[in-house]
Ligand binder design. Sequence first.
Ligand SMILES: Nc1ncnc2c1ncn2[C@@H]1O[C@H](COP(=O)(O)OP(=O)(O)OP(=O)(O)O)[C@@H](O)[C@H]1O
Ligand SMILES: [Mg+2]
Length: 346
Amino acid sequence: MFAQVRHQLCPDLAIDLGTHQTRVAVGGRGLILDEPSVVAVDSESRRILGGGAAVGRVAKQMIGRTPDGITAAYPIRGSVVHDFDLCEAMLGSFLRKTGRSKLGLKPRVLMTVPGAISPVERRAVTNAAERAGAGDVFLIEQSRAAAVGAGLPISEPIANWICQIGAGTTDIAVLSLGDIVVRRARRVAGEAFDEAIAAYLRREYSLKVGSRTAERIKHEIGSADPLDEELVVEVSGIDTAGAVPRKAVITSEDVREAIAPVLQIMTEELRATVESCDPELAADLADVGLVLSGGGAQLRRLPEYFERQLGVPVRLVDDPARVVIRGTALCVDHFRQWRPYFESAA
Ligand SMILES: Nc1ncnc2c1ncn2[C@@H]1O[C@H](COP(=O)(O)OP(=O)(O)OP(=O)(O)O)[C@@H](O)[C@H]1O
Ligand SMILES: [Mg+2]
């Protein structure tokens, strides 16, 4: 009875703290916040601008418009806390937006973490959430949340194979009978594509571009496999020899060549998951195939590429960037059922 009243006054929260984007869902209500994981700080004092309000979308707008003296700070890198104080401030701001809890109650929170996380990193994310206003903090692996969000039958005695590609981390898992049977996590994901594109342009075109330009190129013309009609984009950068602004026309073939090594790493990780499975499960994988999720999995022709590399069916889930928060929210809605799979930092 008390728990029910408490729950109504202060519902549980699901938080997917991502390298690029943070998403928050309220138990029973679904997604209520989806904002960039960025804060705008004064370049000298490192204080958050706007008296602490320059967080998320507001911060992104400020950074684009008034660059003088303002630095974009990203508290999360590789899906783990990189700057503790800024992370706490960012989470605090997001939690306040979800509505102040009544009677000083603190919400119970379920947060996502990548598979390859150290105890120190686990503690950092838990502490940041607690200091930002969370009550009890539980953690869930991104790959499990993605599998739940994708609606995979993970409790059944068959293999479910998921590859969740965010900005900072690729989490691969095989789940069966509720357990993660094999897991692999690499800090090689969407941002690694951007870095590979920037490095390629420097090398092949003597053109220096920033990470945002590299990401835009990926969105506009990036693909993992050949396209029916190849694409081109004009790119502005700085000539590395003369240090003067210059433009170049880049093709989708260029981008494919640039990102090939990153795709190769992902393929090797996927192959390694199969090798770690016992033969029965490995045979299942060939039948059920691979499910792709995460914002980074939206690269054109990625399913076709992995199908060719692995020889199994590959499918991209709907609304891939929000699958993890959807799954985390479902776990919060059925807290007691999923509780055995949650972890805490201690
Ligand atoms: N259409 C697209 N094509 C290719 N990549 C895309 C596309 N749209 C978004 N992305 C990439 O998806 C990534 C962001 O995905 P997502 O929001 O899942 O990451 P995140 O949750 O912030 O990161 P992580 O979970 O790794 O910490 C970025 O690298 C972005 O460039
Ligand atoms: Mg994510």
